[in-house]
Write a protein that binds this ligand. Structure first.
Ligand code: ZN
Length: 244
């Protein structure tokens, strides 16, 4: 009876260790996911920043262009004093007029760039704040996961110590049988019988054997899967309540 209880405890401990190890194995991928999100946030911000830089360059180019046109107008106006014929004068006036038109057009274009620049700066500031908030949130989640790694590792260490204590109380041949069953059945060597059903392979246990298992006085095996079986009164009640 005590052996059976120890086997149940050992199974519970091993199942817990196994599920904690599985959880632990999944964390690095989760962290990687958060790292990718951080990179994405940075990239998005970079993209917006580049748009701003491009527009600033466009603004400088336009300024230079306008400066050149002004220069050109100034030179044309200087030429008027050297004009000799009316025809030449008319031609020069026409040229000045056309370059002035061009200047007007480019000054309008420059204004449009300034408006665009205002818009994009505003958008950039907003994105910067959003990106920082998002990054902080992601960093927080990452730290939680890193803490979880430490916590789970400690839990596993504790359970392993516990396990050692249980094994000491088990006869070696029984422990060996447990290990063999564990290997054969992917981690479940000891299982409950609920409402006459083996929870390892779902075989209906023959009535006579079920009566004996219910006494929990000896170690019984499932006739189909060979797992060690035990019975819990509460488990059966729980199922009955659920089915009512
Ligand atoms: Zn079974």
């Amino acid at each position: 009876m005590e052996d059976l209880e120890n086997l149940v405890k050992l199974q519970e401990t091993d199942s817990l260790i196994l599920s904690l190890k599985q959880k632990l194995e999944m964390i690095p991928a989760e962290i990687q996911k958060f790292d990718n999100l951080l990179q994405e946030a940075d990239k998005k911000f970079e993209k917006e920043k580049n748009k701003l830089l491009e527009l600033e360059k466009k603004k400088r180019d336009k300024e230079r262009e306008i400066q050149d046109i002004n220069e050109k107008i100034k030179k044309l106006k200087e030429k008027t004093s050297q004009i000799k014929t009316n025809k030449e004068y008319q031609a020069l006036l026409k040229e000045i007029e056309s370059v002035t038109e061009e200047l007007k057009k480019e000054e309008e274009n420059f204004l449009i760039i300034l408006y665009e620049l205002d818009d994009i700066k505003e958008k950039n500031d907003k994105i910067k704040i959003e990106t920082e908030a998002r990054k902080n949130e992601i960093e927080k989640k990452k730290k939680e996961l890193e803490k979880e790694i430490i916590d789970i590792t400690q839990q596993i260490e504790f359970l392993k110590e516990n396990r050692k204590g249980i094994i000491k109380r088990l006869p070696p041949e029984l422990y060996q049988e447990y290990i063999d069953l564990m290997k054969k059945h992917k981690g479940i060597a000891v299982t409950q019988v609920k409402n006459s059903v083996c929870q390892g392979c779902f075989l209906h246990i023959p009535p006579q054997l079920y009566v004996e298992i219910k006494l929990n006085q000896s170690i019984y095996h499932c006739p189909q899967c060979g797992r060690i079986l035990y019975y819990r009164k509460e488990a059966e009640k729980e199922i009955q309540v659920q089915s009512e």
